[in-house]
Design a protein around this ligand. Sequence first.
Ligand code: G
Ligand code: G
Ligand code: MN
Ligand code: NA
Length: 254
Amino acid sequence: FKLLQLLRPAINQKQFKLYYQPMISLADEKITTVEALLRWPQPDGGFITPDQFIPLAESTGLISELGRWVIQQACLFCARHRSLGHSRLRVAVNLSVMQFKDGQLQHIVEKALHEAQIPADALELELTESLLIDETEQIQKQLNSLSDLGVTIAIDDFGTGYSNLGYLRNFNASKLKIDRSFIIGLGTAVDDEPLVEAIINMAKSLGLETVAEGIENKATLHKLLSMGCSVGQGYYWSKPVPEEELGALLNKSN
Ligand code: G
Ligand code: G
Ligand code: MN
Ligand code: NA
């Protein structure tokens, strides 16, 4: 298949680009963290989306190398904007389960932090619920040592995986991102409001900060604020944008 043959050279030639989407503190609408999201630009000016190439990168093992590049670039991005005056900015990176397989992740993270000269608490690692549910003791160990290092572990797309919550007690996550499918329904779908409120309260009692994904309007923002959600992300503030455009958003947020 064509995409598969293009992936290896694309990684070698560093054809990928990171886009960035802010996460906003709902109380004051300031940017706290920026999520790095991979894009694969094409000659026609379009993009291949991560939903198309991440599964390929995973099945070929190329995700290790691509994922390492993402971590390095995200840390350098964070360092650039910290030195431009956004001194408390944090960056979030999405991880695949494959990145835990070779036991190199902690080393890769430490090296990237060191090269960018940013502290470990400037980095957040987002892991999908399905990754965490299947987690082995080997993954759990790596997550705990990353957490001991000071890196934030966030549970991504919460609510869409298997409904076994047992994994929540096994490791040191400190953030929970409520999947946008629940947030989009706020104000329309009758059942989503108590569901979201229950997730927020559960997270609170577990000592997790909640992030609501997919906020697209002010009404949703206010509803989430009243439910005690602390952080949000979504098109209401910004879609994922290239670094050039993010600078302006950061300056506006100061
Ligand atoms: O950016 P977009 O919303 O299209 O992202 C689609 C999916 O691809 C999301 O689930 C996101 O977490 C995932 N994704 C984006 N960038 C990366 C990345 O660098 N690594 C991994 N593993 N997943 C990513
Ligand atoms: O799974 P993850 O949360 O990493 O995926 C991020 C994806 O969600 C990105 O592809 C991004 O484009 C998309 N996204 C971010 N905010 C919104 C939003 O407000 N509405 C919708 N529909 N999608 C969003
Ligand atoms: Mn994510
Ligand atoms: Na998500």
